[in-house]
Design a protein. Structure first.
Length: 474
DNA sequence: ATGTCC
């Protein structure tokens, strides 16, 4: 027989072995000790060990399996939540849906949670709500970061008069159409970037299979609420970081993340976390990885790589536009809003701060909070408010779900609003219409203790992922 | 958000 000793994990599970570490140990023992035996005989031995492990504790061959079987099975133990959530602050509570608050309550009942806050643009997500901020001790929650790891904003301010968005409109539109890629579209020949030669792409198993597509998608933008847009930024703070005179300038703003790479990493490690960290039903998507484990360290490295990759994509977008404009920006501002950071709490202890749809707003930290296609976005400087865990919103937040927007909004109404606001739109669907978003001014009012406004941005030429149904109506 | 369903 050519398959002597060949047993796989599934066969062990079939005869009743619990999923987990013991499978690996048993397979190792089988390979080492029973490789010449018929599979059926091996399975019989394995059955006997399983039926009465204590009888095999002194067996030379199977004692390791027996020991593992006798260990209290931590894998199936459901970790208890605290009876009530730790206190946390909600900003702009009146505008936040109940489901998001419920999800944040659940997150604040995790035994690993230390602090948290809910931003005024919050809405329901998987695990941590979008707009949720959560500080934990030495653990990282993949769905506390979100699927689009490193989703971020980037703004370039050019020393070009604001009037150019009108006088140069045709050229700017061409630059967007020819030099940005959305959805499935990618560049025929992506620009090289050092991120692709990062050794982690060969050192971490899950990343090996992601390198090729990451290269193919380099410099692209994705779909949904991602955009690249030209607009006018008014710098309102004379005491700004770049010594720019207050006034209006041509500006480029982009919003996108880590494409397929981050999504694959997020889903892979969430699944892994859910296998090792069993939580009650309502909290199961908040499964965490201990940063002292191999999986936790791998996720941390992979997450950071995905963040750097997302940043690289933005930089290439901005580089292409700067080439088109034949000038370099006088200022660049950028920030992740789906990410986890190692920070210090007020006592100086290390904490892991997850921001899932939240802008870092430590004291003096610059960030960008976009509004909608027709509403202003803001360049902000964090005030370092402790209660917010040094955070602010990452946008206005949705007022309508995507389906609701698609079903109720009329293309003509949206077009009228765009026209009124003087906004030229390339691509997009009805679900990204301005009316689908909350009023950003109300959201900013709710977080005035968290950030101060450095500049106000108005979108003028917006490119998003296309939507045929919306496009047809011309 | 996502080679938009392994």
């Amino acid at each position: 027989m050519q398959n002597k000793g060949k047993i796989n994990g599934n066969q062990l599970i079939e005869i009743g072995y619990p999923e987990g570490k013991v499978i690996g140990i048993a397979l190792e023992v089988i390979q080492k000790e029973y490789s010449l035996m018929e599979p059926d005989e091996v399975l019989d031995i394995m059955k006997n060990v399983l039926a009465s492990p204590s009888d095999f504790l002194n067996d030379l061959k199977t004692s390791f399996i027996a020991e593992e079987l006798l260990k209290p099975n931590k894998k199936d133990e459901i970790i208890e939540l605290l009876p009530s959530p730790r206190l946390y602050k909600i900003y702009g509570k009146e505008g936040i849906e109940a489901g998001a608050i419920k999800q944040m309550d659940t997150a604040m009942r995790l035994p690993v949670s230390i602090a948290g806050a809910l931003m005024p643009d919050a809405h329901q997500g998987y695990g941590l709500p979008i707009g949720g901020v959560l500080a934990t001790r030495n653990t990282v929650i993949p769905y506390g970061v979100g699927v689009d790891i490193g989703c971020r904003m980037c703004m370039s301010i050019f020393d070009i008069p604001a009037g150019y968005v009108e006088t140069g409109k045709g050229d700017l539109m061409k630059m967007l159409v020819n030099n940005t890629m959305f959805g499935r579209a990618t560049f025929k020949k992506p620009k090289d970037h050092e991120i692709i030669s990062n050794p982690l792409f060969s050192e971490i198993e899950i990343l090996r299979g992601l390198k090729e597509r990451a290269y193919a998608q380099l410099g692209s933008s994705g779909g949904g609420n991602h955009f690249v847009e030209f607009g006018i930024v008014e710098v309102v703070d004379s005491n700004n970081e770049w010594n720019i005179a207050p006034g209006k300038y041509l500006s480029l703003l982009s919003h996108s993340g880590s494409r397929g790479m981050g999504a694959t990493i997020a889903n892979y490690y969430t699944k892994l976390a859910m296998e090792t960290c069993k939580l009650p039903q309502e909290a199961k998507h908040l499964a965490w990885l201990d940063l002292d484990t191999e999986a936790g360290q791998e996720y941390w490295l992979a997450m950071n790589l995905a963040g750097d990759y997302a940043s690289a994509c933005h930089h290439q977008i901005h580089e292409r536009m700067a080439i088109g404009l034949r000038t370099n920006p006088v200022a660049m501002i950028e920030n992740h809003h789906n990410f986890a950071w190692k920070e210090k709490d007020e006592k100086g202890n290390d904490v892991i701060v997850h921001r899932k749809g939240a802008t870092p707003a430590g004291k003096g930290v610059l960030g960008i909070i976009p509004g909608s296609m027709t509403a202003p976005g803001y360049v902000v400087r964090g005030k370092g408010d402790e209660a917010s865990v040094n955070s602010a919103s990452h946008g206005a937040g949705r007022a309508m779900s995507r389906t609701q927007a698609k079903n109720t909004l009329k293309p003509e109404t949206v077009k009228q609003q765009l026209q009124k606001a003087g906004v030229e739109l390339i691509g997009s669907g009805l679900d990204e219409a301005p009316m689908a978003y909350k009023d950003i001014r109300t959201v900013m009012e709710a977080q005035k203790d968290l950030v101060e406004v450095v500049g106000v941005f108005l979108p003028k030429i917006v490119r998003m992922c296309g939507d045929e149904k919306f496009q047809e109506v011309d």
